[in-house]
Design a protein around this ligand. Structure first.
Ligand SMILES: Cc1cc2nc3c(=O)[nH]c(=O)nc-3n(C[C@H](O)[C@H](O)[C@H](O)COP(=O)(O)OP(=O)(O)OC[C@H]3O[C@@H](n4cnc5c(N)ncnc54)[C@H](O)[C@@H]3O)c2cc1C
Length: 522
């Protein structure tokens, strides 16, 4: 074998990079091998439309990373290697067809005014939620950050019972099992307020009626109120670049254009990897695979039938289409210029509409009225565009990976190469109704279909931006499969990490950091 490391990591997503940095800090020699020409997976930035216009390829909102236990441990080191964020004080809002809006600002007076414009009762409900958040947050964040092993979970349950009593613990359990709609309808009366928060479920794959999704609108709403949002200074790739620089400074290696074709193992123990170019790299203590579960049996050539089947059966969520726009100016929102001050503007009209869109995409149909997340990063970070110009980061949720037809009966193509342009036009026509004149301000555009997302990063199967549904049957102890929520596999020294492993998707580096701490013993 060519070269040897203590740990060889497959893929340079932020989880493997975080794991590599922690292991390197503990004295391990690490090598990270990435198939793409650019490291970062879903966290990278580039001039995808016109020179000087910097677009986040996928993740834009880095609040999870900046608020993570990993960043708490390594934030200073990353800052020394150039990691920097821009704070956002108006994280998200929704634009509605009746020319009204509702949004969350870190200034509670502003948030309350925007909610009160729809319902005084809902504004009071928001105040009650905010007042209780400080007491709820440690339990919820404690659960989301806990290793998913029985002992850790039992300890967490014991602490929760002591703090909340039986009634309080059962109430929390009921909330964790609730769908977004169940919780939103119980808590708020106005459809616009419900929709403003329900849109957050759609960032994962929690359509309004999916059990277990209530937590996401709640947490995003409360965290947005309390902390706002953070985006990368100059682009989300500030995270990737600083992680790589820190790993290299500690003697680690990060190699791009290095596709891993095989995981080498003998006698039930992993010993290294083989790259597509035939090079074999030895791993003395661990092979860490940051891949989608379905890829694992192909890379190992097979482990136990039960484990391989659970990896093959891992379910992916519907896909996403991205539209990157270089803009002459920001959209003129019909609901008011206030919307130009928000990082995200959701066009997600109602819970019923979101439920319909999800169902259509899950059935392989192009949604007739997709949900849009309009990111306006240059409102906060002007360095991403030439003077006076802007970029828009448009997420089209949801979109099927494999197109079977069109819910509107207009787009006849069933291959993405042909369906992309008319479907993007449909999305931009929706934006146009909310912000007339936007089309005329577009200087350049780049459409990225679900299949292009997957071609760039094979972990995004069918354009699934969360690398696997987080529905209850595949979350907590079951992510990615029962008995393997800690990333363990039937092969000694081979571990799975990344968004498919508990605690799942997002930029929080949870799967990578939990695994690295486990391997290093602290
Ligand atoms: C469009 C989009 C928007 C998103 N927006 C947000 C957001 O705003 N905020 C947020 O918190 N989260 C967001 N997410 C989710 C979040 O970005 C991801 O969950 C997270 O970045 C996944 O990180 P990861 O470490 O699991 O690996 P990934 O980022 O998926 O990277 C995996 C890497 O492994 C490489 N790889 C795979 N197989 C091999 C192989 N055989 N050999 C070598 N390399 C291999 C891939 O090329 C890739 O670079 C978004 C995701 C997408 C796709």
């Amino acid at each position: 074998m060519a070269e040897g490391f203590d740990a060889v990591l497959i893929g340079a997503g932020h989880n493997t990079l975080a794991a590599a940095l922690h292991l390197a800090a503990k004295g391990w020699r690490v090598g990270v091998f990435e198939q793409s020409t650019v490291a970062g997976g879903a966290v990278k930035t580039g001039d995808y439309t016109l020179p000087g216009f910097r677009h986040d390829w996928a993740a834009m909102n880095l609040s999870l990373f900046a608020g993570s236990p990993f960043f708490k441990a390594y934030g200073e080191e990353l800052a020394r290697h150039g990691c920097a964020f821009v704070p956002v004080n108006r994280p998200f809002a929704s634009s509605f067809a009746d020319s009204t809006w509702a949004g969350v600002s870190t200034d509670k007076v502003e948030t309350l005014a925007s909610i009160r414009a729809h319902s005084a009762k809902d504004a009071a409900a928001w105040e009650t939620l905010c007042a209780g958040f400080g007491a709820e947050a440690p339990h919820l964040f404690g659960l989301l950050g806990a290793p998913m092993r029985f002992r850790a979970l039992a300890y967490f349950m014991f602490k929760t019972l002591r703090a909340k009593g039986v009634g309080g613990t059962l109430d929390m359990g009921r909330f964790l099992l609730s769908s977004p709609r169940a919780w939103l309808e119980e808590t708020f009366e106005h459809p616009h307020v419900r929709a403003m928060l329900g849109a957050w479920g759609m960032h994962l794959d929690f359509a309004p009626d999916v059990a277990g999704g209530a937590m996401f609108p709640y947490l995003e709403g409360m965290a947005g109120q309390a902390f706002g949002m953070l985006i990368g200074q100059g682009g989300a790739d500030t995270v990737t670049r600083s992680l790589i620089a820190a790993i290299e400074a500690r003697g680690g290696v990060v190699e791009t254009r290095a596709k891993v074709a095989r995981i080498l193992h003998q006698g039930g123990k992993a010993s290294g990897i083989e790259l597509l170019d035939g090079r074999q790299i030895a791993a003395r203590r661990a092979v860490i695979a940051g891949v989608a579960p379905r890829a694992l049996p192909r890379l190992t050539g097979g482990t136990t039938p039960a484990f391989d089947r659970s990896m093959e059966d891992f379910r992916h969520a519907p896909g996403t289409m991205m539209i990157h726009l270089a803009m002459d100016a920001l959209p003129d929102w019909r609901a008011g210029a206030d919307l130009q001050r928000f990082a995200y503007v959701h066009i997600a009209p109602s819970l019923d509409q979101m439920a319909r869109t999800y169902q259509q995409a899950a059935a392989g149909m192009l949604p007739d009225e997709p949900i849009l997340v309009i990111g306006q990063p240059t409102v906060y970070d002007q360095s991403r565009a030439p003077d006076g110009k802007h970029v828009l980061w448009v997420q089209v949720r949801m979109a099927p990976g494999t197109v079977k037809g069109d819910s509107k009966g207009e787009i006849t193509a069933t291959d993405w190469a042909e369906a992309a342009a008319p479907f993007a036009d449909r999305a931009l026509a929706i934006l146009e109704t909310h912000a007339p004149g936007t089309k005329a301000k577009i200087l350049g555009r780049r459409i990225v279909t679900p299949l292009e997302l997957e071609a760039d990063n094979p972990n995004l199967v069918g354009g699934d931006q969360v690398c696997g549904s987080h529905h209850l049957s595949q979350h907590f102890l079951f992510r990615p499969a029962r008995g393997h929520a800690d990333g363990s596999t039937p092969i000694t020294n081979l571990h799975l990490t990344g968004a498919a492993v508990w605690p799942g998707a997002g930029t929080g580096a949870g799967p990578g950091f939990l695994l690295a701490r486990h391997l290093a013993g602290s």
